[in-house]
Design a binder for this molecule. Structure first.
Ligand code: UD1
Length: 366
């Protein structure tokens, strides 16, 4: 009987990573199955991505939804355990660093089910980020660790992970980018008369450290309003950010500035926008990589990144959330920042490599 791989998704950034893996599993001797924890549930954070990225409907949706970290992680664990028993896969495959990633890994590892982690080894060295805790623990419990950049391997080796478990395969997020470029929705279709191609910036913010404290958020909004007078900005609002704008009455800070506020955007809309953008301002992990792959300047509104290759080889600069640093980074980018180069193995074939390694590994286990 074919060996089965149970793939886990929970939140929006997981979908771009799982899409090429499900497609490669379909072409392989392995049986790929999909389980959604339901961490993200709004349709613009969810169904839309499944349709655009051609991800098959999940066999199971645990319907976990939002909650505190403990509640969300515990709910995933409690609801995942009976499904894992029922589906009895040969391996559980998790991607990224969201709460669902860690929760499913913990359950599988304790039941002696093999775990593969895609996007392993990334480290911000900032334990105040929930994702960093999820990364460190998921990697400790995984049998196979697939890394996207050299720093990932070095971090894992330092944490005592056996070198034979680590595989440098490239970046599945960039597989999706390659596949979707032809379907990207032209920016002018999204922007109308708001701004011409190449003459706007794209903004996304959702990290608790940027959007939960009203003082920090207000200062960021004022800075964006100021920059927008130089370069019109398109601001795609994550539900957490939108909720905080409303809760603290901060939306007025953007009024009058050339800033186009939009709901969370579908993948093809976002890809079309960033491809033509003059620059991107973000605190997302994925956008740091996508802008590097596209050669578009990126200002990351964080003090650290778990993706250092985007600084060393790509187009990324770290500017934190201090207005003076953001302004200085903006000037550098507007002055014609380097286009960078594409990191090794970010070539659209990472998922194929992963599935080939999984097939050999599962075959070798009795
Ligand atoms: C999660 C991930 C983060 C990832 C982000 C991408 C963790 C710890 N964080 O953060 O790494 O970058 O997804 O979006 O797993 N909400 C909705 N609708 C939804 C989902 C969320 O309204 O479909 C709102 C709710 O108010 C919720 C809040 O967003 O309380 C936060 O959602 P949550 O899943 O806890 O974390 P994210 O901030 O989305």
């Amino acid at each position: 009987m074919a060996r089965s791989v149970l793939c886990i998704v929970g939140a929006r950034p997981n979908f771009m990573k799982i899409a090429p893996i499900m497609a490669a599993l379909k072409e392989s001797p392995l049986r790929g199955r999909l389980l959604h924890t339901g961490q993200h549930y709004d349709s613009e954070m969810n169904e839309r991505f499944f349709e655009e990225l051609g991800i098959p409907a999940p066999e199971v949706n645990l319907g976990v939804g939002s909650g505190s970290h403990a509640q969300q992680t515990a709910q995933v664990m409690m609801r995942f355990e009976p499904e894992l028993d029922r589906l009895a896969p040969d391996l559980v495959l998790v991607v990224g660093d969201v709460n669902s990633t860690l929760a499913c890994t913990l359950v599988a590892a304790k039941k002696n089910v093999a775990v593969a982690h895609v996007e392993a080894g990334l480290r911000s060295f900032d334990r105040s980020m929930p994702e960093e805790i999820n990364r460190v623990l998921t990697d400790q419990l995984s049998d196979l660790l697939f890394v996207t950049e050299a720093s990932g391997r070095a971090n894992l080796l330092r944490e005592g992970i056996d070198a034979t478990r680590i595989h440098m395969v490239g970046n599945v997020m960039i597989d999706t980018l390659h596949r979707q470029l032809a379907q990207a929705i032209p920016a002018r279709q999204t922007l109308g008369s708001f701004a011409a191609e190449g003459a706007y910036g794209v903004v996304t913010l959702h990290r608790p450290s940027n959007v939960d404290d009203p003082k920090v958020l207000a200062a960021l909004l004022d800075t964006l309003a100021e920059l927008a007078r130089r370069l019109p900005l398109v601001f795609a609002l994550h539900p957490r950010t939108q909720a905080n704008l409303e809760r603290h009455g901060l939306a007025a800070r953007l009024e009058g500035a050339p800033i186009k506020r939009m709901p969370p955007l579908g993948y093809q809309t976002m890809l079309g926008l960033i491809r033509e953008a003059r620059l991107v301002l973000t605190d997302s992990g994925g956008l740091q990589e996508e802008t590097t792959a596209l050669g578009v300047p990126c200002l990351t509104l964080r003090d650290n990144t778990e993706r250092p290759i985007t600084l060393e080889e790509g187009t990324n600069q770290l500017v934190g959330n201090d207005p003076a640093r953001i302004r200085a980074g903006f000037e550098r980018a507007m002055g014609g920042a380097r286009r960078g180069r594409i990191p090794a193995l970010w070539d659209g074939k990472a998922a194929e490599r992963i599935v080939a390694i999984l097939a050999t590994w599962l075959e070798s286990r009795v």
